[in-house]
Design a binder for this molecule. Structure first.
Ligand SMILES: C[N+](C)(C)CCCC[C@H](N)C(=O)O
Length: 288
């Protein structure tokens, strides 16, 4: 099984992640808290209250886990294509796989990475939603002191299953939308590259950026539900399940609730995924 795709997936994912984390924090807060009037208001309040550090809350765990998550995504994707079409990464420019195969391989990668991502994503969301400024003398300490404390508290209170809160919504969010991700990327690359040639760096950047946007636009409704289910039981009401969360959110806040965070998700998606695909392709190319 070719392993270089796994390593390239890891490094490229980490680069994208750091770049996108501040956007991600604003998004999570907008989706789960109703104290902000919009993106700008959330950014200003976060900065005033918590300084620049506020935007990087909850980042250490994703950095540690991106190795696993992105390498599972890209590694499984590429190896699923190998199984479906019997072509390696190198041969795929000359013999491009069909879009159906790309979609199936993307969905497979998405499905498996969702399970690795679920506990890390839960902890990230819980920490991002702690709006207390850092260690102020006299003020009550935040509920979670850091990622390890957060994981341990959830584990103690709810057992191992607690760490997978929202995992179902996350899997539903990621399986089809990662199929869309790779299809968009391949389609844009092929449209702007002569047959059989390697896409230019500019093409990879733009195709990666738009692949990220296409994937996030379609993922946003379930992204909102996932974030709410992950927060349920803390400040928010508990839901009986995914459907209950959808119905009660829509009843209380209207259908617009499913698009919360759409603008910021898209703004974040372009640079993050442009950098992810560019570094992924570059690494694989330089390893021959
Ligand atoms: C499927 N979904 C839209 C959720 C993610 C697609 C892109 C994944 C990338 N690591 C990123 O963070 O943007």
């Amino acid at each position: 099984m070719p392993v270089e795709e796994f390593v390239a997936g890891w490094i490229s994912g980490a680069l994208g992640l750091v770049l996108g984390h501040p956007f991600d924090t604003v998004k999570v807060r907008l989706q789960t808290q109703s104290t902000y009037r919009g993106i700008a208001d959330c950014m200003v309040k976060t900065y005033r209250h918590e300084s620049l550090l506020g935007f990087f809350k909850g980042m250490s765990f994703p950095i540690a886990s991106i190795a696993l998550v992105n390498s599972v995504l890209f590694g499984v994707y590429s190896n699923a294509l190998l199984a479906l079409t019997a072509t390696s990464h190198r041969q795929r420019r000359a013999q491009p796989p069909s879009y159906t195969h790309v979609f199936i391989a993307g969905c497979t990668g998405g499905f498996l990475q969702a399970y690795c991502l679920a506990p890390f994503d839960l902890i990230k969301v819980r920490l991002q939603n702690q709006t207390e400024p850092r260690a102020q003398p006299g003020s009550p300490p935040p509920r979670y002191r850091g990622p390890v404390h957060c994981a341990a508290s959830i584990f103690q209170a709810e057992g191992p299953r607690g760490l997978f809160r929202g995992a179902w919504a996350l899997t539903l969010r990621d399986t089809p939308t990662l199929g869309i991700y790779f299809v968009t990327y391949e389609w844009l690359c092929r449209k702007s590259t002569p047959d059989g040639q390697k896409p230019s760096s500019a093409t990879v950047l733009v195709a990666g950026g738009f692949a990220g946007i296409a994937s996030w636009v379609t993922a946003t409704p379930l992204d909102v539900i996932k974030a709410r289910m992950q927060m349920a039981g803390l400040k928010q009401r508990a839901y009986r399940g995914l459907l209950d969360c959808m119905v009660s959110s829509a009843r209380q806040e209207g259908l617009g609730v499913f698009f919360r965070g759409l603008t910021i998700n898209s703004a974040r998606a372009f640079p993050v995924n442009a950098v992810t695909f560019l570094s992924y392709e570059h690494l694989l190319h330089s390893w021959g």
